[in-house]
Design a protein around this ligand. Structure first.
Ligand SMILES: C[S@@+](CC[C@H](N)C(=O)[O-])C[C@H]1O[C@@H](n2cnc3c(N)ncnc32)[C@H](O)[C@@H]1O
Length: 333
């Protein structure tokens, strides 16, 4: 239901959490966060079901797995200034601590729990092919499909037959399955056993007898071992703060012989503001925390591990933003 954004400047759209439908309804009538709403500073509140974590890389979505029922379209200029005041009143950290306490675990446990329960249901739909998604989820599905497509384009430049590929944080197998179809020996893992089980189910339905079945395993990124020709990690770093992301990039690089492909939500001023706005609207307790990453930070970690960026891609739809880097060992250049 939702409202269209009727802004003078380029509108941006962001997701907000679920439990604020009533609040939103009242904002809709006459004000923005209690302030009069002028035509130049209009916030259109979309009261439609979104329900998705931004795990995905959507900087706009309160990456919290829980985003959800509201979408805001915000005008720039004065609208942002008004929002800034409101933003300072929000306390996302406190909310996250409550969410972690409710889940009874640390941050990683919150993520695992989310992707094994409500997050699994949401992402299974988003990463599926059925019509059971709303327009926002459809947009995210299409954005994510572009990231997968760009990854496949990079990898398909030479034959994948018998090439070993680690798909770290494989989700429902969106990348693993086409790689196996191309003949690659895929090792795919995810922190969520529900996601891994779904990936295995989809793989067995999609693959022919002569195509190698990927090896699926429920485990977190930290505990992946072995050596692979290529390591891919798409849209997972959003669950890692920068101080841990550097170490994760180093770890992933240590698993790869020839190529490392990473995608992440890029940290820019604009996306940071959008994410902060999204945090105004708490999602349900299932929500996870989301982290954007500065490209320079990711590249610095790659360089420190002896890798250089060979290719950069960016996918940006209305609700999905993902930077894709292909890195290779510096010595190979
Ligand atoms: C947005 S999904 C992306 C899935 C897949 N890479 C894709 O692009 O289709 C993020 C995935 O990361 C997984 N994940 C989050 N934290 C993780 C961790 N610490 N270790 C392994 N997987 C993790 C989640 O369970 C979820 O399946």
């Amino acid at each position: 239901m939702a409202a269209a954004c009727n802004c003078n400047a380029a509108p941006l759209t962001l997701q907000a959490g679920a439990g604020c439908r009533q609040q939103v309804a009242s904002f809709k009538q006459s004000s923005i966060f209690g302030l009069p709403c002028s035509p130049r500073t209009r916030i259109a509140l979309v009261n439609q079901r979104i329900g998705t974590p931004a795990a995905m890389t959507s900087a706009l979505m309160d990456a919290n797995g829980g985003l959800s029922d509201v979408s805001l379209a915000v005008a720039s200029g004065g609208g942002i200034a008004l929002l800034a005041a409101a933003l300072s009143l929000a306390d996302p950290e406190k909310r996250r601590q409550q969410q972690a306490a409710e889940t009874g675990g640390d941050e990683k446990a919150v993520v695992r729990n989310y992707f094994n329960t409500s997050g699994f249901e949401r992402w299974k739909r988003i990463y599926g092919e059925q019509d059971d998604v709303n327009s926002v989820q459809l947009d995210i599905r299409q954005g994510h499909a572009q990231t997968v497509e760009k990854t496949l384009e990079i990898l398909n430049q030479s034959s994948l037959k018998n090439v070993t590929i680690c798909d770290a944080g494989c989700g429902t197998g969106s990348l693993s399955i086409p790689l196996a179809m191309a003949g690659a020996q895929v090792y795919a893992s995810d922190i969520s056993s529900a996601m891994v089980d779904e990936a295995a189910k989809r793989a067995s339905q999609a693959l022919k007898e002569n195509q190698p079945e990927p090896k699926f395993e429920a485990r977190d990124l930290e505990s992946i071992t072995g050596r692979y020709d290529t390591v891919c990690c798409l849209d997972v770093l959003i669950h890692y703060p920068q101080e841990k992301a550097g170490a994760m990039v180093t770890h992933l690089a240590s698993l790869a012989e020839k190529r490392l492909i990473l995608s992440f939500a890029p940290k820019t001023l604009w996306y940071s503001v959008l994410k902060r706005i999204g945090e105004l609207f708490p999602g349900p307790s299932k929500a996870t925390r989301a982290y954007l990453h500065a490209e320079e930070d990711v590249e610095r970690a790659l360089n420190a591990a002896g890798w250089v960026v060979k290719k950069r891609e960016m996918t940006a739809t209305k609700f999905y933003f993902s930077r894709l880097l292909e890195a290779v060992p510096a010595r190979s250049q």
